[in-house]
Ligand binder design. Sequence first.
Ligand SMILES: [Fe+2]
Ligand SMILES: [Fe+2]
Length: 263
Amino acid sequence: MTTIYHLSDLHFGPKFNSHLSELILQDIRDAKPDLTILSGDFTMRGRVSEYQEARAYIQKLPKPIFTIPGNHDQPLYARAIPERLTNPWRRYKEFIHETVDASLHLADIFVVGVNSNNRIFPGGIWNLAQRKFIEQEFLRAPKNVCKIFVTHHHLEWNGKYRPFGTWFPTQQLNWLSRLGVELILNGHTHVPLTLQTPHGIVIAQAGTSMSSRVRHGHGNAYNRIVIGADSLLVQVMGYDASADRFVQQSEKEFSRQRAEKIA
Ligand SMILES: [Fe+2]
Ligand SMILES: [Fe+2]
């Protein structure tokens, strides 16, 4: 059994809620998960001060940690525009993780994550080199691991509205399915969403964990995921103001699709 805590859209900077960050830190310390995944948007504007705070927070979290960047992690303010255009991930690499695309093998899971952001377009795009990286990493994964893909942008939005980003989600899902991906984790929309695609891939989209930039009536939340030999459980942990803690808001359990899918 593998337990993952999945947080997204921390957004250090304006509208950051430090009280919630402390509650979540304590939750993760108490739970001692096998892995904590942070799926991007560590800062609001990519300022150095925001990155310093994000780094200090991440250093307090139990290890191991897996991260990818979000669109807000590229600097976006007048003086930093030249850096955004020429070297948008320098600060992410300095303060958070040395690469923007990453993979991690831990006992029963194999995680691949890529930078889905673009310095000009809304994002949700992977270039050819990233597609090769994704393919090569998943193909080298041992048999019988749960293959997990992490992206900042959404591949599903449940038909309610379409946020900015992600251009060819259906083709991307078909391709990830052929690579044997069982679970996709993302953020960006600030709206929690758990569903299973027709391919059998489970998508767990996390809300914003600790920013007051909540959207569409959804509060702050993070995901708690438990992967068993035959099942995949996704619990959305939402902030309950009256109890002043994160409580389980929903729970969905799925059968794992164990069939060999690689063509
Ligand atoms: Fe965000
Ligand atoms: Fe985002």
